[in-house]
Design a protein. Structure first.
Length: 331
């Protein structure tokens, strides 16, 4: 699937005429169109779409449908039916009266991402990871998100014979090698720790620059800053960065001609455990959400296994986290 950005469509005259007759006092969907106008543009989603393949449905329209869907507490199937059958939704989206809409599965695909967080890159060879990540990214049509990291656990490195004290340098070479593999055919790379020449890594990822990448750590050190500036699409710290650290990040991005606001700011919740076999209290962990939202974090990650041992309970837990996080963020 690819995206050719299009302007927000005008409401067809026939749709406007019939919808305004049917909803003489208007509706939420119609007011959203009249008062907000083109509140979202396709270009805002360019990082998640490739340039190859058949054109997809306008992501800006899908974003508006998602807002209307959650406002009305509708399932994906009900929302897709509303696009086909509700005059006020057609008015909001600028659709013709006979527009047949789309299959309901499109909505879940639009919202879903495959997050590999975290990948301890130095414990693997960069060619192996470049191949695996490119394949996953292509199969998921560009929905893969990768968080490359080094870990703090020395025993993991010793078990595999990888020098723990060189893990930062190893990760940096991974990133450079991945870029070469995803861009070139054949690809060559010459580093201090890894080297290869005339290697074919196929298939290529969905986009030439490779998967979306997040970076983070317990502190914002110089090496992390360089990785974010050169490769990063998102910032996912471990813990709460200080104001001084955020200022350093902003300055480094500006120096490179980038804007820190263009990064996806990814927060998270972590459980507190009384004992080695205990589960954490999810509501206690969620109390950290309002502070993160106030600081600009808009995506929140969590590990369900911190809060439940029952795989069948994960769906309920995720719904609870979404509802509670939204309530806390709203104040």
């Amino acid at each position: 699937m690819s995206m050719q950005p299009q302007p927000w469509p005008e409401v067809p005259a026939s749709t406007a005429k019939v919808a305004k007759r049917a909803f003489r006092k208007g509706s939420l969907a119609m007011r959203a169109r009249d008062e907000l106008g083109a509140w979202c543009q396709d270009e805002a989603f360019s990082v998640t779409y490739g340039t190859r393949g058949a054109p997809g449905i306008s992501p800006a329209q899908l974003a508006m449908i998602t807002v209307l869907q959650f406002t009305g507490d509708l399932t994906d199937r009900q929302a897709a039916d509303a696009v086909r059958g509700r005059l006020d939704w057609k008015y909001c989206l600028g659709l013709a009266l006979d527009d047949e809409g789309f299959d309901f599965s499109v909505l879940s695909e639009f919202r879903s991402r495959l997050v590999a967080g975290a990948i301890i890159a130095p414990l693997r060879h960069p060619l192996l990871l470049a191949k695996q990540l490119a394949t996953l990214d292509l199969l998921s049509e560009g929905r893969l998100v990768v968080l490359p990291t080094v870990s703090w656990h020395r025993d993991e490195y010793e078990a595999l014979g990888v020098p723990f004290n060189r893990r930062g340098a190893l990760l940096d070479e991974h990133l450079a090698a991945w870029r070469a593999c995803w861009r070139d055919s054949p690809a060559s790379f010459e580093g201090q720790h890894y080297a290869f020449r005339d290697v074919y890594v196929e298939p290529k990822p969905y986009r030439p620059e490779g998967p979306t990448m997040w970076f983070g750590g317990s502190t914002i050190h110089d090496r992390l800053l360089r990785r974010i500036v050169e490769y990063g699409h998102g910032f996912n710290p471990l813990g709460q960065p200080t104001p001084e650290e955020l200022q350093r990040l902003d300055a480094a991005m500006r120096a490179a001609g980038r804007d820190a606001a263009d990064l996806e700011w990814v927060g998270g919740i972590r459980g507190r455990f009384e004992g080695a076999d205990d589960l954490a209290d999810v509501d206690e962990a969620l109390e950290a959400v309002p502070v993160q939202v106030a600081r600009g974090f808009r995506s929140i990650c969590f590990k369900p296994s911190m809060f439940t041992n029952d795989a069948a309970d994960v769906g309920r837990l995720c719904r609870h986290v979404v509802e509670r996080a939204n309530a806390l963020a709203a104040g």
